[in-house]
Design a protein around this ligand. Sequence first.
Ligand code: BES
Ligand code: MN
Ligand code: ZN
Length: 494
Amino acid sequence: MSLSISFTKDTLPTKGSLILTATDGGKLSPLGKQVDKQTGGAISRAIKIKKFSGKAGAMFALLAPAKTTLDRIVVLGLGDGKKLTAADAEKMGGTALGTVEKADGVVTLLLEPAGNKALSDADIAARAATGALLRDYKFETYKTKGKTKGGPSKFVVATKAMAAARKNFAELKAIAEGTIVARDLVNEPANILTPPEFAKRAKRLSKLGVKVEVLSEAKMKKLGMGSLLGVGQGSRQPSQLVVMQWQGAAKSKQPVAFVGKGVCFDTGGISIKPAGGMEEMKGDMGGAAAVTGLMHALASRKAKVNAVGVLGLVENMPDGDAQRPGDIVTSMSGQTIEVLNTDAEGRLVLADALWYTQKRFKPKFMIDLATLTGAIMVALGQDYAGLFSNDDRLAEQLTAIGNQEGEKVWRMPMNDNFDKMINTPNADMKNIGGRYAGSSTAAQFLLRFTNKVPWVHLDIAGTAMGSPKSSISRTWASGYGVRLLDRLVKAHYE
Ligand code: BES
Ligand code: MN
Ligand code: ZN
């Protein structure tokens, strides 16, 4: 990470760029007024001239302001400081950094008491710093020319609540870093991030105290994972199952489990996808990336929980050895599946990964993340992940946390009629439903491999990749899911 973050109590810097905040109606804070005085009232005049609203995200900058030694003063709208959520505070930090993209050197964000009931001033400051870190992330590994140069090197948050802010940030930083781990994985092209390479990167988590095992194809074959292996059988790359374990609580404590779809590239297989936009399918491992980022976050903040992360890593390719439409495979659960469309491969991978997870770990719950269906994007767009569950409490917890954290979920229906849609005369089930409710029939399929363990499926096809630029996310990959699940664990399972 190139941007260094720090906190200070010294609220009136004399060098670099200073970012002041204003609330609704363009009202400056007490210290803001002090700075305004120093400039001979230039800031308040600018607020008038610009009819500055002070609403969240609005901003203007004064360059080389007279009578100061500052490079610039930026006035950033906060909206109603009393109503900021954690997600708003992060956005504010990201926007703040964005306003000084071209500024060299030190940037100071000056925060004053917000009088917010839900968030302390320390929380707001720590969240703003987190937002700045996320905003700063770039994916420039493969650029030999034209890499970003210059820009802020130090982001200082000035707040009276410095000590507490520093402490809160130490924990939140783990989320930002985990999110960046996930983004890096999703942004990587598929010629680099093959299943073995992904497994190698997951192994890096052992430095943080995570136990990482990699199951080979031979091992998976012994376990009877015919469903997962069928997907990878047309690829030159061997499939891998990665099992990560973080033990942050007593050994006897039941773990929570996270399972990720890791299709490193999805051509569709023999049911091949159209050429246009196929490159996007390098991101079809977004679920596995989120689980890896989450385990990274949990371990680096030493979460007091036992957590398991399982990744089903495969490449879905057309080939002489590839599985054919109509093939019937036997999953580890013993249930047989007629593969009517080789492009509905994610559920085939998850079927064995979920079954393995519940069988080996007897977890308190399982949450899987998967870029599973195009249909979820049709239904929910890119702001909400689709949530499917057999457990109302988990669903409600995730919905509430998603709203607070800005990684939103929307619960989608499951029922017996959707379940019937995946029956087939030739085997226990088929891997596609029909024209309608494609995301729900996919979820029903997964449910058949959960063995009644409390379970949530998050369809993140719309949220993990092809992400629109936001104040805290500037690349194709958002890193969706890391924060949502880290905060779920923190709020309810530590
Ligand atoms: N990985 C895709 C889903 C996807 C589509 C993710 C677009 C991100 C963006 C998945 O494997 C897939 O191909 N699903 C099919 C299922 C269909 C064949 C039943 C789909 O959604 O079209
Ligand atoms: Mn597919
Ligand atoms: Zn896929």
